[in-house]
Design a protein around this ligand. Sequence first.
Ligand SMILES: [Zn+2]
Length: 279
Amino acid sequence: MKHLPSIPGKILSMALMLLAFAATGSAWSMDLEGSLIQGGMVRGHVAPGTRVEVDGKEIMVGPGGEFVFGLGRDAPVSTIIRTIDPEGNEETRKLSIAPQTYDIERVDGLPPRTVTIPPEEKARRARERGMVGKARGSMSGRLDWQGMFAWPAKGRVSGVYGSQRVLNGKPRTPHYGLDVAAPVNTPVRAPQAGRIVLAQPDFLLEGGIIIIDHGFGIFSTLFHLQSVDVAVGDLVDKGAHIGGVGAKGRASGPHVDWRVNWNNVRLDPLLLVDGLPDQ
Ligand SMILES: [Zn+2]
């Protein structure tokens, strides 16, 4: 939390990436929009009935030909997209993926049991991980992922996607969230419409946690919540109040940690919103 990355610089470099992308999308029987960059979400359209494969794996295509896929934090320099239309015509394209640069982030003052999980908490952690994995492993036909996303809280950006982390002095896995620091009980709002698929008040690492299904394997996850004000099965609009900011779980101060997944691929939420959050 102490080291604040250069966020405006990061946003500028992403804006340039978007332009570069738009210029290459022409003369192709597919529209694409999004960021061809590590952590990016790529949305597109094909003629209805067309099958789409990304790196050899068939992905979900909606009845209107809409589809979405994600690029991981360490996605390789290129991705192959193959389309097969209803007449059997195939088209293959290689997309160049820009690298991101990731900072090292040191976070101190975390509750020790959330950095090195004690043996008596391991079964609990495994159970909670299983619930998160199951929630984000599902697939629905919702189309909420198509719109622009919104910041989940007003506040200050205190952590970004991809940072290599050193927690209480110990090197750990990268950070996959976008953190907004704000006082306890600041309203947390749905970054996008969807259906609540997990709502739990107090997980070991996540504290209060909410997972929202936006469809086609795209999920938002919100962590460290002081209050969880929705239940599994609730349908929420973009901007709906869903909970309150907290410092529960592996947190050194009150903030909301927002993650976006394409099933188990972790995406960069900063690529989905405009500018910085309101203070
Ligand atoms: Zn975080």
